[in-house]
Design a protein around this ligand. Structure first.
Ligand code: ADP
Ligand code: MG
Length: 170
């Protein structure tokens, strides 16, 4: 009998880019080596901004930038924590091509974040965290603060690995 693990999504409002980074920073301590995050959202939604905060929270080396001109970048950890593997799957034909890249780390030793991975990266792991960033048009915050460009971040954990991690307090 395969036990069905039903895990609920968490929604977090991020009024500004700093808030998106801070959310990544807060998520980092809940992650461990081998975790896979699939990031979905339009161009400019804030996927890389969020990942930058994640990198800061994990304390990894190197600037987290848009990986558009390289397919994947490995950020080794400054301490004993996991490395960050930051992937742009946009031009990947299939996820098998990730194996062909010969990264300096195995994904079991890293937290892997895949931008544009929807419909492609699911094959990497049965357990994964699917994060979708959408523009929160007409949000109350925008009415109060003209500089705010609010987004909503939806975190959907999938698989037994996430049944022991509470994302509800993010
Ligand atoms: P993506 O990787 O999804 O294409 P980026 O993170 O590269 O997006 O770009 C998002 C841009 O939007 C950045 O310039 C960031 O400063 C800006 N921004 C403004 N408001 C927000 C917000 N609430 N959340 C995330 N990014 C924001
Ligand atoms: Mg990006």
């Amino acid at each position: 009998l395969v036990e069905m693990v039903r895990l609920f999504e968490t929604r977090v409002q991020v009024p500004t880019a700093d808030d998106a980074r801070d959310l990544g920073r807060r998520l980092a301590p809940l992650l461990r080596a081998g975790d896979l995050i699939i990031l979905t959202g339009d161009l400019g939604a804030g996927k890389t901004t969020f990942t930058r905060g994640l990198g800061a929270g994990l304390d990894v080396r190197g600037e987290v930038t848009s990986p558009t001109f390289v397919i994947a970048r490995v950020h080794p950890n400054n301490g004993d924590g996991p490395a960050l593997v930051h992937v742009d799957a946009y031009r990947l034909g299939g996820i098998d091509e990730l194996d062909d890249l010969d990264l300096d780390t195995s994904l079991e030793d890293a937290v892997t974040v895949v931008e544009w991975g929807e419909g492609l990266a699911e094959g990497l792991a049965d357990d994964r965290l699917e994060i979708t960033i959408v523009r929160a048009v007409g949000d109350d915050v925008a009415d109060v603060d003209a500089d705010a460009d609010p987004r909503e971040v939806i975190l959907q954990p999938i698989g037994a690995r996430w049944s022991t991690t509470d994302l509800g307090n993010l």
